[in-house]
Design a binder for this molecule. Structure first.
Ligand SMILES: *Cc1c(COP(=O)(O)O)cnc(C)c1O
Length: 393
């Protein structure tokens, strides 16, 4: 498998998509604003207590932003703590020279202990059984212990004190941290706040128990919403994903701390052609858009095959062309979509269409698009595909 990854790397280097002169002429691409990323990192640092460090969450290709580039940029600013979801994501970072601790948040088959060790990854212990099995492989590993304080996804129950202590005593496991995850930190409803406070209490109660047994390791609880809504918790790290990329999950969300974060990613495509459609004619699959009157449409060279949600068909979303918002009409195709530009002046084939981002006075955020698509910005961003070259400006 490692050979396959290395081979893939070579192939990737050779693809024309990777050559900048082609990238800049792409039919569709992602633009990553490095200044905004660094600004957000600084802003997050001002929100965190001084003793708390940023653990940059770069899973799922850094939420579509390109994990190698993002992690490299962060490495350069001195960030040494990363979180990924899978071992493969961690290996990819290591093969590309990323330094510091890389925590694998999700499950890794225990028989891959050798690879975890070889690439210096820190594995999350997801429960007692898993910890025993990983220890039994006889390979010294760095691990962190996940505690289930109410989300009921991964983790030891906070009451399983003896089982947790047994992991600290395990011969091959070096525990470098202990953490939990809040399941409803984004909600400011009273019942959800009560629930979250219960999660936090359960975690600190466990820590107090461990302290009585002379066990003390770095701890972390908060992700983006945890940091913004439950600020000031005594933690060594905060695991920040979506906020670092300059977005909230939904444009509707209100948080107690409202950080000055700026979108890092924008999504662009080009006008392939423009055509006039006469009254009563239809456009695209299923004849879903029937022209009422004479219309002018533009075909845009991006589709759901690039990760732009098909659920935004039939006028649910807009794109910006030449500083004007125009609606998507008909059904979004795998590789193309159609916008109605009737009345807009001076649009030509080759012009840039902005699907997420700012253009002149208009802007469209990932949160707005994802709300319309019935999802969250996290999903929208991380699904933006590999067919889109990423340009770092
Ligand atoms: C994805 C993830 C995060 C990051 O969450 P954001 O809301 O994007 O900041 C933090 N912790 C865990 C366990 C995660 O899975």
């Amino acid at each position: 498998m490692l050979q396959a990854i290395e081979k893939e790397k070579v192939l990737e280097k050779e693809t024309i998509e990777n050559k900048n002169f082609i990238k800049n002429k792409s039919r569709a691409w992602i633009s990553i604003n490095k200044d905004n990323l660094l600004h957000n990192v600084e802003e997050i640092h001002t929100i965190m207590p001084d003793t708390c460090k940023l653990m940059a969450v770069v899973k799922a290709n850094a939420y579509g932003h390109g994990s190698i580039m993002i992690a490299s940029l962060l490495n350069k600013t001195g960030i040494r703590n990363f979180a990924v979801a899978t071992m493969q994501e961690g290996i990819e970072l290591r093969l590309n020279g990323i330094k510091g601790d890389i925590l694998v948040l999700g499950y890794t088959e225990p028989s891959l202990a050798e690879e975890l060790s070889q690439y210096g990854l820190t594995q999350t212990i997801v429960d007692y059984h898993y910890g025993r099995e990983l220890n039994s492989k006889g390979i010294p590993l760095k691990v962190q212990i996940k505690i289930d304080t109410g989300m009921h996804r991964l983790g030891f129950l906070a009451e399983e004190t003896e089982e947790i202590i047994s992991i600290f005593k395990a011969k091959n496991l070096k525990v470098t941290g202990i953490f939990t995850h809040l399941s409803t930190a984004d909600s400011l409803r009273e019942a959800d706040i009560t629930f979250t406070k219960g999660q936090i209490d359960r975690f600190y109660t466990l820590l107090a128990q461990l302290k009585l047994r002379k066990i003390q390791v770095p701890v972390h609880i908060q992700s983006t919403y945890g940091l913004l809504n439950y600020n000031g918790l005594n933690c060594d790290y905060a695991r920040i994903g979506i906020g670092m990329y300059g977005s909230l999950s939904s444009a509707q969300d209100k948080t107690i701390i409202q950080p000055d974060i700026r979108p890092v990613l924008s999504l662009h495509s080009r006008v392939a052609l423009i055509r006039n459609i006469t009254d009563g004619e239809s456009v695209g699959y299923g004849r879903a858009y029937c022209c009422d009157g004479n219309r002018t449409i533009a075909v845009i060279a991006i589709g759901y095959g690039d990760g732009y949600p098909r659920s935004l068909s039939d006028g649910k979303a807009e794109v910006i062309i030449k500083g004007v918002k125009v609606p998507i009409v008909g059904r979004i195709c795998m590789d193309q979509l159609i916008v109605d530009i009737t009345g807009a002046e001076g649009i030509h084939s080759g012009d840039i269409a902005t699907l997420i981002g700012k253009e002149e006075k208009e802007s469209i955020t990932a949160g707005e698009v994802s709300d319309k698509a019935g999802t969250i910005a996290n999903e929208l961003l991380c699904r933006l595909g590999n067919r889109l070259p990423r340009i770092y400006v």
